[in-house]
Design a protein around this ligand. Structure first.
Ligand code: LLP
Length: 421
């Protein structure tokens, strides 16, 4: 259990609020976040970084609701963005531009211009083409773009292949063996100022060794660069710390940071600013997706709980075969018989499932909470089957804030245009 999502008797609570009450008031499917859980996750980074030269840039792709961003900005977080859209959101939520790093393999002209206008801390550049483009746009505007190269250290993060990004066959980053020559090129470009080195090796990482291998390679690169007369101001080790979905043993940020700072000291880079880009580990276990059982269906060899949330609301099971815990919002009284269910949505796809083979005691209209839905949940949701995206609420003690109302059906096609009659 978690102190933020816990049972009071047989009722699931978010902080001091019964989940069933939220479902009554706002309907389902419903994303519910705990502000205290967000704060605790933030503190797990902020505390070990106290007194250190470091900046945490929340990987906002994991959860970009303005209220969530606003909290992180108030706590002192920076932001890792990957689009002009994320830049606009971050600024709207109160992010300070000098704490924003801009990642991503496909930055477009307008996005580069917007980031230069805003005055972001750094572009994490992923190819030589991109480097040249940023230089020419910056020069055209009479600006100098601060850049890091995102290098690909070719380490195996030992996570799901879809979310592993640091191997040399991934589309991400610049191969570490050619990084020195790209830095050399960067040093000659008029619109570029070299400020850092960056990597991101994957997501949901539960072992420390891939980080330390990557760090070792980055430090070797820094040595090479120093030999070429190129020095940097910061080192960005990316995001990727895993969380517990089922039975994983995540690495505490403090453990990783102790190791990283020790390595920096030992190699003579103690003065560098350390930048990190955590996403999932700041929000993943701060959110649940609440859904209501519509129908129970018993086939010869399988039982299905058909709920009102679907793959358009939470794509991770369908896309990654991801496991999310399922809690009964009202624990059944003893004596209700349990069955093994697949929890599935109403969408016309066999891949539309949220959880498989779960032992649950269900009756029609029961509420379920899908756990660990705070990261890559709502942000990956869509409107397939013309399903309005769900509402999002933030609980803070006994206070409830609606931070995004449920979409209406009319909104779904309000901007579409029919052909002339
Ligand atoms: N920085 C960069 C450049 C990234 O590409 C990512 C995530 C992050 C930071 C944040 O990583 P995190 O701390 O969350 O692992 N949709 C997938 C995860 C995709 C992660 C993509 N990159 C999922 O639901 O598991």
């Amino acid at each position: 259990g978690s102190p933020f999502f816990h049972y009071d008797g047989s009722q699931l609570m978010v902080e001091a609020v019964p989940v069933a009450q939220l479902a009554e008031r706002f309907g389902t499917p419903l994303y519910v976040y705990s502000r205290a859980a967000l704060k605790a996750a933030w503190e797990s980074y902020a505390q070990p970084l106290t007194g250190r030269n470091a900046l945490v840039c929340f990987g906002m792709k994991a959860n970009s609701n303005l209220a969530v961003l606003q909290q992180f900005a108030q706590w002192g977080s920076g932001f890792d963005i990957v689009s002009g859209g994320e830049l606009a959101r971050a600024l709207k939520a109160g992010a300070r531009p000098e704490t924003i790093v801009f990642s991503g393999v496909g930055k477009q002209d307008w996005e580069i211009r917007a980031a230069l206008d805003a005055g972001v801390k750094c572009f994490n550049v992923e190819s030589t083409d991109e480097l040249e483009r940023i230089s020419s746009i910056a020069s055209g505007l009479g600006r100098i773009a601060p850049v890091s190269l995102r290098v690909n250290p070719d380490v195996d993060a030992q996570t799901h292949p879809y979310i592993s990004t640091g191997l040399k066959d991934n589309k991400f980053g610049i191969a570490i063996d050619i990084a020195p020559q790209v830095y050399q090129r960067a040093a000659t470009l008029p619109g570029i100022s070299i400020v850092g080195v960056d990597c991101h090796i994957g997501s949901q990482i539960t072992q420390i060794s891939p980080y330390l291998d990557a760090l070792e390679r980055l430090l070797n690169l820094l040595d090479t660069l120093a030999g070429m007369g190129i020095t940097v101001h910061h080192l960005d080790i990316g995001g990727g710390l895993g969380i517990r979905y089922q039975d994983e043993t995540p690495i505490a940020p403090a453990t990783l940071l102790d190791n990283v700072f020790a390595a920096l000291q030992e190699r003579g880079y103690g003065q560098l600013q350390l930048v990190m880009e955590p996403g999932r580990s700041l929000v993943g276990n701060a959110g649940i997706l609440v859904t209501r059982v519509q129908y129970l269906k018993h086939h010869e060899s399988k039982n299905f709980a058909i709920v009102d949330a679907a793959m358009n609301d939470l794509l991770r099971p369908t896309l990654y075969d991801a496991w999310h815990g399922v809690l009964q919002v009202n624990q059944p009284s003893d004596g209700t018989s349990a069955l093994v269910y697949d929890v599935v949505g109403p969408i016309c796809e066999s891949g539309d499932w949220l959880a498989r083979d779960r032992t649950l005691s269900l009756t029609q209209n029961d509420l379920l909470a899908i756990e660990s839905a705070g990261a890559y949940g709502f942000v990956m949701s869509g409107q397939y089957n013309t399903r309005p995206r769900s509402a999002e609420v933030m609980v803070d003690g006994d206070q409830v804030h609606l931070i995004r109302p449920r979409e209406t059906v009319e909104e779904l096609f309000a901007s579409e245009r029919m052909l002339p009659a």
